[in-house]
Design a binder for this molecule. Structure first.
Ligand code: ADP
Ligand code: MG
Length: 272
């Protein structure tokens, strides 16, 4: 089984890209499970067609631990995709990272996820604290993709995530599998992301254009794969899913100092 994670800054497009890649992999005949590890718990919204109200942590909060059943926390979405949301704490109370640890351990204990070919963890990467690092630290995920645009703050988060991956790669099988560019139409964005990936000892596996079809599909609670399967954007997600499935170019990342990252942005981010 392939164990993949998508990390990146909040709002960068992890869940959208993850849901579209899951949909594409599933249409390519793979059995897929997507696990949302973000207190927003909207990772699987496009696959389920609604926001997931039964998150693992909601169940943990409201039920006796021993009474929780797999079917309470594991849901079926588009084309039979297994969908789970770890959930989060009540705003202002508790630690979101800690919640992810509890959720993943409970999934294990209950053997709640049926056998699949690919598990895709969709993880918030603004802070790589113990909890959000859990999927890589405990090797739930081995092939890590970082989603970034050409915006400096998104690259900054990506570089921090690479630092986390490097730490855990030294003692296990976790590797950086590539950078996924999700465009924000910044100057020379693709070239900047290619250079950024090279500096990290990795490569840009895809450059996903910013396209309103993504938002139109989202407003219909669907992935682009469902809403506009013949579109150019769908084709891009299909190609990305194939690349991810076949990817063997895994690396131990070489993260940068902030000044080096800044210099890269200065060099490439000039007016086109
Ligand atoms: P994250 O999971 O990283 O927090 P989301 O996947 O929820 O981010 O995306 C944030 C917003 O950006 C959503 O409204 C989504 O529809 C939009 N979005 C993501 N990728 C694209 C894209 N390639 N083109 C247009 N809109 C996008
Ligand atoms: Mg998300």
């Amino acid at each position: 089984m392939k164990k993949i994670a998508f990390y990146g800054k909040g709002g960068i497009g992890k869940s959208t890209t993850a849901a579209n890649v899951s949909a594409a992999l599933s249409l390519q005949g793979k059995k897929v499970c997507q696990i949302g590890c973000d207190p927003k718990n909207d990772s699987t919204r496009l696959l389920l067609g609604h926001i997931c109200k039964e998150t693992v942590l909601d169940k943990v909060r409201t039920c006796e631990m021993d009474s929780i059943k797999a079917e309470d926390i594991v849901h079926t979405g588009f084309n039979g995709i297994t969908c789970v949301e770890a959930g989060g704490p009540e705003p202002g109370v508790g630690c979101a990272g800690r919640g992810i640890i509890v959720a993943l351990q409970l999934l294990d204990k209950l053997k709640a996820v049926p056998p699949v070919d690919v598990t895709l963890y969709d993880v918030l990467g603004d802070v790589v604290c113990g909890g959000f690092a859990m999927p890589i630290r405990e090797e739930y995920a081995e092939e890590i993709y970082i989603i970034s645009s050409g915006e400096l703050m998104s690259l900054y988060a990506a570089n921090n995530i690479a630092k986390g991956i490097k730490r855990f790669a030294s003692r296990g099988s976790v590797r950086l599998a590539g950078i996924i560019g999700n465009s924000r139409n910044t100057p020379n964005e693709k070239e900047l992301l290619e250079a950024f990936a090279r500096k990290l000892n990795s490569r840009l596996v895809a450059f996903v254009p910013r396209d309103q079809i993504v938002n139109v599909a989202e407003n219909q609670r669907q992935t682009v794969l469902q809403f506009a399967p013949e579109s150019r954007q769908a084709e891009i997600y299909i190609k990305l899913a194939e690349t991810i499935w076949n990817n063997t170019e895994l690396s131990v990342p070489t993260p940068m100092e902030f000044e080096e990252l800044e210099a890269l942005a200065t060099e490439y981010g000039k007016e086109p």
